[in-house]
Design a protein around this ligand. Structure first.
Ligand code: PEP
Ligand code: MG
Length: 318
């Protein structure tokens, strides 16, 4: 009887949420918010379409590099990115460049032991030091951009030099491909805001990129000095901490001032307790696990921007 009741409740909720499939995400007072999805492999695109996300806000490319004994070639990567771009049929696809190190090891790249891997040789720090890994990935992304609205995003940016170096490498590869006569598409360039330094300097960074995407998973860990995934300090891990939220609000405000979109792709983006507040702070694209999309769409459809701003104020200044 208990499971029968659960089933009935589930079906009722599903029926209600199904009404939000195929609709744009618009607040009660007519402001459009983009609800997009996070994926980890090209097959996940099916779920993105099933739950009607409006694009892909984060394609984690680590999967292509892990669980195998050799580095993926440029062509292999190109195939994976192109497949995703074509399946999305013109909807935006944000591909994040490789983010390994920290808790993600590469079987094909021996890296020295680190006492604090989350503060160490990870993401953009690693790829900038390994152009033989970075260049083929950038080339594959540029080539896939000929098949859809493909955008690129750099993880773990903490300084202007890193961002400029990554952008220069991208431009260099774009010119090389064009000189080789290989078709490319134009890609918008964004960065993850997931290190507090990037949020604090968001005003400066906003002049250098086409979009931001806030990574609340890491931003929380680094702002609160609480390792993500460490059970002993899990009770201290809180994206709703006002310090984290104020960095998010600062980032969104800097983006608004420079008229660039501000997205969010950490877990918190799909949290119904927080999503309205993020919208109230000026985050205009939320990227989450595909199955969360209909419920968040329903939630935001029932609120005005004023209500979202009040929700933000309450959490920013509890
Ligand atoms: C994040 O840090 O919030 C994020 C989305 O990136 P990842 O979880 O892959 O580190
Ligand atoms: Mg991250």
């Amino acid at each position: 009887a208990e499971y029968e009741a659960k089933r009935t409740a589930y079906l009722k909720e599903k029926k209600e949420l199904d009404q939000y499939i195929g609709k744009p995400t618009v607040t009660k007072d007519g402001v459009t918010i983009e609800l997009v999805a996070n994926i980890g492999k090209p097959e996940d695109v099916d779920k993105v379409l099933q739950y009607d996300a409006e694009g892909i806000g984060l394609f984690r490319t680590e999967f292509l590099f892990m669980d195998r004994n050799s580095m993926p070639t440029e062509d292999e990567q190109f195939e994976a990115y192109r497949t995703a771009a074509q399946t999305m049929a013109g909807k935006p696809l944000i591909i994040r460049t490789l983010d390994v190190g920290g808790d993600k090891k590469l079987p094909t790249l021996e890296l020295p032991h680190e006492d604090n891997p989350f503060l160490g040789f990870r993401a953009i720090r690693m790829t900038l030091s390994h152009p033989e890994i970075f260049r083929p990935q950038l080339r594959a992304i540029l080539r896939a951009a000929a098949y859809g609205d493909v955008r690129v995003m750099f993880p773990m940016i903490g300084s202007m030099d890193q961002l400029r170096e990554a952008k220069a490498l991208l431009r260099e590869q774009e010119q090389t491909l064009q000189a080789e006569g290989v078709p490319t598409g134009s890609v918008k360039v964004g960065m993850m805001v997931e290190i507090p330094a990037a949020a604090v300097l968001a005003e400066e960074f906003a002049k250098e990129v086409d979009f931001f995407s806030i990574g609340t998973n890491d931003l929380t860990q680094y702002t609160l000095a609480v390792e993500r995934g460490n059970a002993a300090v899990a009770h201290l891990y809180a994206p709703e901490h006002p310090a984290v939220l104020r960095l998010i609000a600062m980032t969104a405000q800097a983006a608004a001032e420079r008229h660039i979109p501000c997205g969010m792709c950490g877990e918190a983006a799909g949290d119904p307790k927080l999503a309205p507040a993020f919208v109230g702070m000026g985050v205009n694209e939320l990227s989450m696990s595909p199955r969360r999309v209909p419920a968040v769409r329903k939630l935001l459809s029932g609120l005005t921007m004023d209500e979202c701003r009040q929700a933000a104020e309450k959490l920013l200044h509890p």
